[in-house]
Design a protein around this ligand. Structure first.
Ligand SMILES: Nc1ncnc2c1ncn2[C@@H]1O[C@H](COP(=O)(O)OP(=O)(O)OP(=O)(O)O)[C@@H](O)[C@H]1O
Ligand SMILES: [Mg+2]
Length: 329
């Protein structure tokens, strides 16, 4: 804070040396609107800051079988923030609800080439990918309502757990330039989520700072262990993200403390605040990063995404892998 600003802030303390131009500039910068404008400049990356690319494509499944904890919101907003900072990002919508496709403004009406064709037909991911308006480095493989029957339809198929993994290997072997792939899962531990866990290297678990937040986590973690043992030894829980944090409640702090005590360094330092702008954005086919770049929700996701990208560069994912391996050995 500058000297002149401090003078303005103290009661009756406008010094004679402070020019009126300085007073108005500093005063304006200290208003909520100015703060939001500054935040928006950061979120929209007006200064064209570039975040670090990971050494290899990071394929991250966003999973929690508990409904409404912020899986989709986290996947699309982190993906958008990364793409706005120069990274090449693909969001794979694996939820028949198609919420990620909606939030990214991508068509997912019946008949649209979608992840259904990839999992249950001859489609390749590259054939169903749509570009996303926010950024030329952001893409989405949409989900249509057809996926609702996929759990049952997949059940009788050969290699039913490996469908997505094979499609992803095909995509990456074809030399697609992707830094991050986020897979948005439905709220269940059925075959769609199983495909996502088998196809990914990392799992990101969003946890809502609410009652019963930790309930059901044991079941998710044991499913992940099962996948690691039998289907995808390279899988690791690399990231936990606290969502919908309401600073007015003591409960939110308690949940956050419990989660940090349990998951330690895996928990992203930035916490996503509960913010109405986040929940409004999908209604306009947008992420909060563009819908209201100056909002607290956008800033929360910007910081979380930045941390995830920094951890990727620092080899955090590999470190998490090592500690997960040590835990299970
Ligand atoms: N930080 C936030 N502040 C306010 N509302 C939020 C926030 N994050 C998510 N929401 C809202 O909470 C609801 C659930 O979020 P979201 O759809 O991301 O959860 P989900 O885990 O993907 O749900 P599902 O299990 O149904 O797929 C949505 O209406 C979303 O807009
Ligand atoms: Mg969802």
């Amino acid at each position: 804070m500058s000297q002149s600003h401090r003078k303005v802030g103290t009661a009756g303390g406008v010094s004679r040396e402070t020019s009126s131009a300085e007073v108005s500039r500093e005063t304006v910068l200290d208003t909520p609107i100015a703060r939001e404008a500054l935040q928006a400049v950061n979120v929209m990356n007006i200064h064209r800051e570039r975040w670090p690319k990971p050494p290899d494509t990071r394929v991250i499944t966003v999973a929690n079988q508990k409904g409404g904890v912020g899986k989709t919101t986290s996947a699309v907003n982190i993906a958008a923030a990364m793409a706005m900072h120069g990274l090449h990002v693909l969001v794979i919508d694996l939820d028949p609800q198609g919420n990620a496709s909606t939030a990214l403004g991508v068509d997912h009406s019946v008949g649209t080439p979608s992840m259904y064709d990839v999992l249950l037909g001859d489609g390749k991911i590259v054939d169903v990918v749509a570009s996303v308006e926010i950024s030329e480095t952001l893409f989405c493989a949409p989900a249509t309502i057809d996926l609702a029957g996929a759990d049952l339809e997949l059940a009788s198929q050969v290699s039913r757990e490996y469908r997505l993994q094979r499609a992803l290997i095909g995509l990456l072997d074809a030399g697609q330039d992707l830094d991050y792939v986020f897979i948005d899962c439905p709220p269940s531990l059925g075959l769609l989520t199983l495909n996502a866990l088998v196809g990914a290297r990392e799992v990101l678990i969003p946890i809502q700072c609410e009652y019963y937040a930790l309930e059901g986590l044991a079941q998710l973690l044991s499913s992940i262990e099962m996948v690691k043992s039998y289907l995808n030894t390279g899988l690791t829980v690399s990231t936990v993200l606290l969502t919908m944090y309401d600073s007015r409640t003591r409960l939110a702090d308690q949940v956050a403390a419990d989660v940090r005590a349990h998951f330690g360094d895996l928990v992203i330092d930035s916490v996503i605040p509960r913010n109405v702008r986040v929940s409004e954005a999908p209604g306009f086919g947008q992420t909060v990063m563009t819908y209201d770049a100056g909002s607290r929700g956008a800033v929360g996701y910007l910081e979380a995404a930045r941390e995830l990208a920094d951890r990727g560069r620092d080899g955090h994912a590999q470190a998490a892998q090592k500690s997960n391996d040590e835990e299970t050995s």
